[in-house]
Design a protein around this ligand. Structure first.
Ligand code: BDR
Ligand code: CA
Length: 310
């Protein structure tokens, strides 16, 4: 188990993002300095609103910073993956935010300022497309020297993608952003489909996380039932993969993962646009997770979450 990390969560909530935030808040060796939002699973308005809502539901006081509403090419998406996450990004449950609002600063400014205030100390856990981080690097290239590490959920090194044969959703969402991040000298850890498809949750597992009849139990069951039915319909899987929470698990306990050192790059053109390429190299500063102790990870998720939300 690692010592305490100062973390910023860059996220596009998103059903599995919601589970990741739930888990992160339960890990006492992760100090959450702020949440930066990014478009992806829904529009930036919905993703930011969902982040504020989830903070209120989970009792998280960390500030929320609104991020980019389009990718590095300047293009806004024509649609969002509502067939996975619902039209509002959170399974179309009612999302009402009582008091909390987003900060005046935007995500890019917060990333730069928090790295200035904590040079060499911040781990960014990125569980959406990496546009905010790429924008920060473009605005101030010295940002790269002040970030301790980026742990990102995205990509596929040894398996097929989940959007097409080659590409995973967060990377193909903004391949230019991924490429900028891969070409910076920031130490990276890729928690991609190679491992996130190996760990699966069931609705029974979700049900066991909260006391019976608690409002959080009903919230988690509602959102995950929509997520589960997507995987049942599309893959005929009875359990759903644990994407974004796997990045939290790595930040919390890297020993759960087998990994290899090397160099990552991203294909930007042609039919393989959005594909992540990994070349093993002991001198590289990118690590790719290739195996995971799924049972230990799920045990830890259950233990931490049941202890934190009583
Ligand atoms: C990733 O794409 C998003 O839909 C999920 O939230 C996750 O971050 C999985 O490919
Ligand atoms: Ca996500």
């Amino acid at each position: 188990m690692s010592g305490t990390r100062k973390v910023v969560l860059d996220t596009d909530p998103g059903i599995d993002d919601a589970m990741a935030l739930l888990y992160l808040h339960a890990c006492d060796n992760l100090e959450l300095l702020g949440i930066t939002t990014i478009l992806g699973n829904a529009s930036i308005e919905n993703c930011t609103n969902n982040a504020l809502f989830l903070c209120e539901q989970f009792g998280i006081t960390a500030p929320v910073y609104r991020g980019a509403d389009r990718g590095m090419t300047g293009k806004q998406p024509e649609d969002y993956p509502d067939f996975v996450h619902g039209l509002n990004g959170l399974a179309d449950i009612e999302v009402t935010v009582a008091d909390k609002s987003a900060e005046d600063q935007d995500a890019c400014t917060f990333l730069l300022e928090s790295s200035n205030a904590n040079p060499g100390e911040i781990t960014i856990i990125a569980v959406g497309r990496m546009t905010n981080i790429a924008m920060a690097l473009n605005k101030d290239p010295t940002f790269a020297n002040r970030v301790k590490e980026i742990i990102f959920m995205g990509g596929a090194a040894t398996c097929e993608g989940n959007v097409n044969t080659w590409a995973e959703a967060n990377i193909i969402g903004d391949p230019e952003a991924a490429s900028i991040v891969f070409n910076s000298n920031i130490p990276l850890v890729m928690v991609g489909l190679d491992v996130t498809l190996q760990t699966r949750m069931s609705q029974a597992f979700v049900n066991s996380l909260m006391p019976d009849l608690s409002p959080l139990q009903s919230l988690l069951l509602s959102i995950n039932s929509v997520y589960a039915s997507f995987y049942k319909t599309n893959q005929n899987w009875d359990e759903f993969p644990v994407h974004d929470s796997s990045a939290i698990a790595y930040a919390h306990n890297p020993d759960l993962f087998g990994r290899e050192l090397g160099r990552l790059s991203c294909i930007l053109a042609g039919e393989q646009r959005g594909r992540t390429l990994f070349v093993p190299d002991p001198a590289g500063n990118h690590q790719v997770c290739l195996s995971v102790d799924s049972n230990a990870m799920l045990d830890d998720f259950l233990k931490k979450v049941t202890a934190a939300y009583r």
